[in-house]
Ligand binder design. Structure first.
Ligand code: HEC
Length: 269
């Protein structure tokens, strides 16, 4: 049975900020600090417009963290399914984001995820959506910054939260650019050196994917996984991504650079 917003109203949502104790709120608590609005968005998971009941992300952050969240580096979202994207604060200051918590008509709070082999996915308790209909930049982001099943929200400084993800100092410019793409498009699901999301496998240690997969397979996999593995749930890099082929080869340069700095359990890098 799909869960409705009602049955999720008592689930705890954790808010973390390194300088303050963690706050735990439920959907009912959020309804007290923020007023619900209706937002119409382009639902990238279903390729059509949809309307959700939601709370303004800026209002929620102001109420929970105080105005100082605006000076933080990134906001890290941790989801029930292991997805863990880190989104720059600047994105929230230049675009309107919302925490959706129900469908407009209170029908089951789910999507049929065309990007993941048409899996039916629960969106609650919170689903981050953007006022994207008139924004090419947001539409180009694909689904990267639209986590669902959000359970934890944490203000972070990326470099200190994920020290083992950064390429080595002598890495090429290409690999450094690849790192930025990897942060945006891959790390919400995959770990590198045990850092990143828990929705898919580690890609770097003990044997890196660049050591296991020939370059041309890796290119094809990142662009179109289902052309190589039937029924795979890995989504290809969003079709809308600007300079898509260049982005893919820069990501592979990053993966190559990381294969030279492997994490060793209990010892670090
Ligand atoms: C929504 C989650 C998700 C995202 C985002 C994602 N992946 Fe994956 N990835 C998966 C899953 C799940 C698998 C396992 C797929 C399978 O076995 O069919 C996988 C498998 C892989 C593999 C094969 C690993 C192996 O050991 O065979 C590679 C390489 C890979 N992903 C690279 C990437 C890169 C690079 C990106 C960013 C451009 C990325 N992935 C983005 C979920 C994701």
């Amino acid at each position: 049975m799909p869960m409705t917003a009602f049955s999720q109203s008592n689930i705890n949502l954790e808010f973390r900020n390194k300088d303050q104790p963690t706050k735990t709120l439920t959907l009912i608590d959020l309804g007290i600090i923020a007023a619900p609005v209706l937002v119409k968005i382009f639902e990238v998971h279903e390729n059509r417009n949809r309307v959700y009941k939601a709370y303004s992300a800026q209002v929620v952050f102001d109420e929970v963290f105080g105005k100082a969240w605006r000076e933080a580096g990134e906001i890290l979202f941790t989801c029930t399914d292991g997805y863990q994207p880190s989104i720059p604060v600047a994105k929230f200051l230049t675009h309107n984001a919302y925490f959706a918590f129900a469908q407009e008509d209170d029908s089951p709070f789910i999507v049929i995820n065309a990007l993941q082999n048409n899996e039916i996915v629960q969106l609650g308790p919170l689903y981050l959506v953007w006022d994207n209909i008139n924004s090419k930049e947001l539409l180009d982001d694909g689904a990267s910054y639209m986590p669902y099943q959000i359970r934890e929200i944490e203000l972070t400084v990326f470099a200190s939260r994920f020290p083992n993800l950064a390429p080595p100092k002598k890495a090429s410019l290409e690999a450094r650019r690849g790192f930025l793409h990897f942060r945006k498009h891959c790390m919400a699901c995959h770990t590198i050196n045990d850092e990143g999301g828990g929705k898919a496998t580690e890609l770097n240690y003990p044997v890196s994917v660049v050591e296991r997969m020939p370059f041309k397979h890796l290119i094809r996999w990142i662009g179109n996984p289902s052309s190589m593995r039937y029924n795979t749930v890995m989504p290809g890099l969003a079709k809308e991504t600007p300079n898509r082929q260049k982005v893919i080869s820069e990501i592979i340069s990053y993966l190559r650079a990381m294969s030279k700095v492997k994490y060793v359990p209990n010892k670090g890098l």
